[in-house]
Ligand binder design. Structure first.
Ligand code: ADP
Ligand code: ADP
Length: 226
């Protein structure tokens, strides 16, 4: 389980630009939080701070009650999925998915078992020996997802993970993400521009503008659904 607490989080980049201003949000275990808002409003910056890829200028980030501001990314039990996949081109699907576990010195047999299990869930079993360039966009995206789920993180951060896919795949992957959320019992923060994704996946939606939270509401309330 994982709850997240963001208290008075600010990000001021070295050039003096304040990308995130006094961000406050309590995220409960197993929530599916959606970030929406115009380009440049601070969505990615916030995700990157939660992942530990960007330093928090001020404020406090806690995971399960423990302040993690100074905890390294690899020790945060968080996995991130980007829109550009960021797969290693020279590695096979298997090795791409195994990479994070190898870094953490997980025993080989356990790595094999976890990768094969993730491959089964994501329908990648027949593609484990391929290189990314020999995969379709949807398959690559599933590998990126697989690389995240093999680690069984408590928290998933997803930055427009479906935005590069065609409409049909987007619908399919949306359903897969919803089902993964259920099965893994993970807490998810998900950035999207797509209202359908926000409505079907989100437990709560956070609306950002100019680095400030404008609104936090359920999809039903936000989009005026009955
Ligand atoms: P979003 O993900 O909502 O599109 P970002 O978090 O990527 O927004 O960026 C928020 C703001 O911070 C933008 O105005 C962007 O130009 C700015 N920004 C992002 N990275 C840096 C940086 N390294 N230095 C200065 N400004 C940055
Ligand atoms: P060894 O212990 O002899 O090195 P392993 O079975 O541990 O053999 O795996 C060696 C390499 O084989 C891995 O790094 C991976 O690239 C590849 N590999 C292992 N299992 C699979 C699999 N099911 N599908 C594709 N490649 C695999």
């Amino acid at each position: 389980m994982a709850s997240l607490s963001l208290k008075n989080i600010c990000k001021k980049y070295p050039n003096g630009f304040e990308a995130v201003k006094d961000f406050n949000l309590e995220i409960e275990d197993k929530e599916f939080i959606i970030f929406v808002g115009p380009s440049g409003c601070g969505k990615s910056t916030t995700l990157r701070m939660v992942a530990g890829l960007e330093e928090i200028s001020s404020g406090e980030l806690s995971i399960d009650g423990r302040i993690v501001n100074d905890v390294e990314p690899k020790d945060r039990d968080i996995a991130m999925v980007f829109q550009n996949y960021a797969l290693y081109p020279h590695m096979t699907v298997f090795d791409n998915m195994a990479f994070g576990l190898k870094l953490r010195k997980v025993p080989k047999e356990e790595i094999k078992q976890k990768v094969e299990e993730a491959a089964r869930i994501l329908d990648l079993e027949k593609l484990l020996d391929r290189k990314p360039k020999a995969l379709s966009g949807g398959q690559r995206q599933r590998v990126a997802m697989g690389r995240a789920i093999v680690r069984e993180p408590k928290v998933f951060l997803m930055d427009e993970p479906l935005s590069n896919l065609d409409a049909k795949l987007r619908v399919q992957m949306r359903a897969e993400i919803a089902s993964l959320h259920q099965r893994l019992g993970a807490t998810i923060i998900y950035v999207t521009h797509d209202q359908t994704e926000a409505m079907t996946l989100g437990t709560r939606i956070v609306v950002l503008k100019d680095g400030i939270i404008m609104q936090v509401d359920s999809p039903q309330k936000l989009y005026n659904e009955p």
